[in-house]
Design a protein around this ligand. Structure first.
Ligand code: NAD
Length: 368
C-alpha cells in the first residue's frame, strides 16, 4: 500500500472510532447527595505537582476530618502518573494507575508533564477521554472589577481528541478536529444549566465559525438549539480572536458571565483569563463528566521552577481553588465555602524569597 492509501485507511479508522464514541456517550449522572461513600483519588503528577498536592491534601484532610474518620469519605493516594513512569511504560496513563483512578468517584490531580513532540499523548487528554470528562469548568473572578466569569470548555472533542493521530505524508502533515452532535449538546446543556442555577442571564458562545465552518458551525448551531430551552438567558456569538481582545478591554469585559467554547479556544482563553485574575497559579479547574470528575490547577508542572531549585515557592492557590470546586461537586458546600472564604481572606502571596507553598497552606489552615 502506498503512503496516501495508508493515510486514507488511517482516516477511515478514525472516523469509525469517532462514530462508535458517539454511541457510547450516554451515561447516568452520579447524585452525590445520595451517595453513602465518596472516594477521592489523590494523584500527585510531576514537577511542582507533589509539592502543591502535599499542601492540598493537608487542607482536605482538615476539612473532611470527621467524614474521613466516619468512613463516608475515603482518600485514596494513587501513584504512577509521573513523567518517568509514563515514559518507562510508554503509556500516557499506565493501565494500573488508570484502573485505580476508575475505582474512585472524583480525583484531585497535580499537573503532569507532556513531552514535546514524540508519540506520548498528554495524560490529561487520556484521562478526559477515558473518564469521559466532557466539561472543563474554570471560574475567574475579580470582585473589585465586577468580573465574575465561568468558562465552559468542551473537553473531549475539537483538536484534542485526535491530537496525536494526525497523518504525515512527504512534505505535509494533517491534524483533525472533531465536533459531534451529542458532544456539543451535553457541554451546551451543562453551561446553560449552570447559568440557570446560578442566576446568570448571559451565555456567550465563542468559536471561529466563520473559518472552521463545519466543526465550529455545528458547535454554534447546536448551542443555539439548546439555548431555546433557556429562554430567560441571553445568548450571543463571538469569534475567538475578538474575544481575546474583549477580555483585556476594561470597558466591556465585566459584562460577560458564562462562556461556552470548543476545546482549543477554551484552553487558550482560560489561561488569558487566569492571567488577568493574577496568574495561572491562581485559578482552579474542574473536568466533569456524568460518572467521574477531576479537579486540578490550571497551570502545568512548572519544570523551570524545579530546575531553578524554587519548587518550595510553587503557588498552591490554584489547586486549593480546584479543591473547593471538588468539595462543591461532591455536595459538601459548607466545606467548599470555608475554603473559598479562607482563600479570599489570605493576605499572603507566594513568591520566590517570600512566602513558601507550605507557609501559604499553613495560613489557610489557620484561617479555617
Ligand atoms: P506551566 O503552567 O507549567 O508554567 C508557566 C509559567 O508559570 C512558568 O513560568 C511557571 O514557573 C509558572 N507557574 C505555573 N504554575 C505555577 C505555580 N503554581 N506557582 C508558581 N509559578 C507557576 O506551563 P508550561 O511551562 O507551558 O508547561 C510545563 C509542563 O506542564 C508541560 O509539559 C505541559 O504540557 C504541562 N501542563 C500540564 C497541565 C496539566 O497537567 N493540567 C496543564 C498545562 C501544562
Amino acid at each position: 500500500m502506498n503512503q496516501l492509501d495508508l493515510a486514507c485507511e488511517s482516516f477511515r479508522k478514525i472516523l469509525e472510532e469517532q462514530l462508535s464514541r458517539i454511541q457510547a456517550m450516554n451515561t447516568e449522572k452520579v447524585d452525590f447527595s445520595k451517595k453513602k461513600t465518596v472516594t477521592i483519588g489523590l494523584v500527585d503528577g510531576d514537577g511542582i505537582g507533589p509539592i502543591i498536592m502535599e499542601q492540598a491534601v493537608k487542607v482536605l484532610k482538615y476539612l473532611l476530618k470527621s467524614e474521613i474518620a466516619a468512613g463516608t469519605v475515603i482518600l485514596k493516594p494513587i501513584a504512577g502518573l509521573t513523567i518517568e513512569n509514563r515514559l518507562a511504560l510508554g503509556q500516557s496513563v499506565p493501565s494500573h494507575t488508570l484502573a485505580q483512578i476508575k475505582s474512585c468517584d472524583v480525583l484531585l490531580k497535580g499537573p503532569t508533564t507532556t513531552p514535546m513532540g514524540g508519540k506520548m499523548e498528554s495524560a490529561n487528554v487520556t484521562l478526559r477521554r477515558e473518564l469521559d470528562l466532557y466539561a472543563n469548568v474554570r471560574p475567574v473572578s475579580i470582585p473589585q472589577e465586577g468580573i465574575d466569569w465561568t468558562f465552559y470548555r468542551e473537553n473531549t472533542e475539537g483538536e484534542y481528541v485526535l491530537g496525536s493521530r494526525g497523518v504525515e505524508l512527504p512534505g505535509m502533515a494533517v491534524d483533525f478536529k472533531v465536533t459531534t452532535d451529542p458532544g456539543t449538546e451535553r457541554i451546551a446543556r451543562a453551561a446553560f444549566e449552570f447559568a440557570r442555577q446560578n442566576g446568570k442571564n448571559r451565555v456567550s458562545i465563542v468559536t471561529k465559525a466563520n473559518i472552521m465552518k463545519k466543526t465550529d458551525g455545528k458547535f454554534t448551531a447546536i448551542c443555539h438549539e439548546v439555548a431555546k430551552d433557556y429562554p430567560e438567558i441571553t445568548v450571543d456569538d463571538w469569534y475567538i480572536d475578538i474575544m481575546t481582545a474583549n477580555l483585556v478591554n476594561p470597558a466591556i469585559r465585566s459584562q460577560f458571565q458564562v462562556f461556552l467554547l470548543p476545546n482549543l479556544y477554551g484552553d487558550i482563553i482560560t489561561d488569558e483569563a487566569a492571567q488577568i485574575q493574577g496568574g495561572v497559579g491562581t485559578a482552579g479547574s474542574a473536568n466533569m463528566g456524568d460518572r467521574y470528575a477531576m479537579f486540578e490547577a490550571i497551570h502545568g508542572s512548572a519544570p523551570r521552577l524545579i530546575e531553578e531549585g524554587l519548587g518550595a515557592y510553587a503557588n498552591p492557590a490554584s489547586i486549593l481553588k480546584a479543591e473547593a470546586m471538588l468539595l462543591r461537586h461532591i455536595c459538601r458546600p459548607q466545606a467548599a465555602q470555608r475554603l473559598e472564604s479562607a482563600l479570599e481572606r489570605c493576605p499572603l502571596t507566594v513568591e520566590p524569597g517570600g512566602t513558601t507553598c507550605a507557609q501559604y497552606a499553613e495560613a489557610i489552615l489557620n484561617l479555617l
